[in-house]
Design a protein around this ligand. Sequence first.
Ligand code: NJP
Length: 237
Amino acid sequence: SGRVAVVTGASSGIGAATARELAEAGFEVVVGARRVERLEELATEIGGTALPLDVTDQASVDAFVAQVPRCDVLVNNAGGAKGMAPISDAVEDDWRWMWETNVIGTLRMTKALLPALVASGDGHVLTVTSVAASAVYDNGGGYTSAKHAQGALHRTLRGELLGRPVRFTEIAPGAVETEFSEVRFGGDKDRAAKVYEGMTPLSGADVAEVIAFAVTRPSHVNLDFIEIKPRDQHSAT
Ligand code: NJP
């Protein structure tokens, strides 16, 4: 169809699975992240385009967007958590990383691609927030506050673009088995594995299928907010 989907944070997890699903749905997919070798493997597999992207660096975002002449779908997926600590012991650099990546990263990418998304005549912005965008939990202040802000940004934009041909979908996952918890716990795989105790976590593909469903609805249908969790998860942690 010649329609182009941009997926950020596509070198692993939900982003990589989403790139596969959208390629399957017929999109020309452009994938971005910092780990370029992984992206190139994925791009070869799905017949897409891999471009280096660091959403915390405006120059990197500008260089990325300059190579994307057309954009019909933007999946703001790049993000994550770093460190888990009570606010009394908060590590400012961890908080800065979470805010820069999840919040400012989403702002930069959306701002840069919005003209192309409007020009598409049938644009769609999907932002992967979290169950943590509408909940708080002990030791998670940096992540929950960043995800609340990311969600607020996304929902504000939905209002500001009303009447323009762009859809907005917020995807709020619970526990998904990706590299997320390894990053969150500084590479401690044992601690990361404990997150999924007592449940079968979602896979990246479980979330990606829902993203593809939202994208492939008729263009007058806007799925505003989708929260998706493992059956055995009730609250955010
Ligand atoms: O995690 P992971 P997920 N610039 O670590 C990229 C949210 N979520 O798939 O740059 C550009 O496998 C990183 O790429 P690289 C979560 O908050 C998850 O689970 O090469 N890209 C990688 O591709 C996040 O928003 C769970 O290191 C950057 C990707 O981000 C989204 O789901 C629960 C980047 C992260 O992949 C995808 O995370 C939940 C940068 N500066 C919300 N920094 C869950 N898994 O349980 C990182 O509630 N990336």
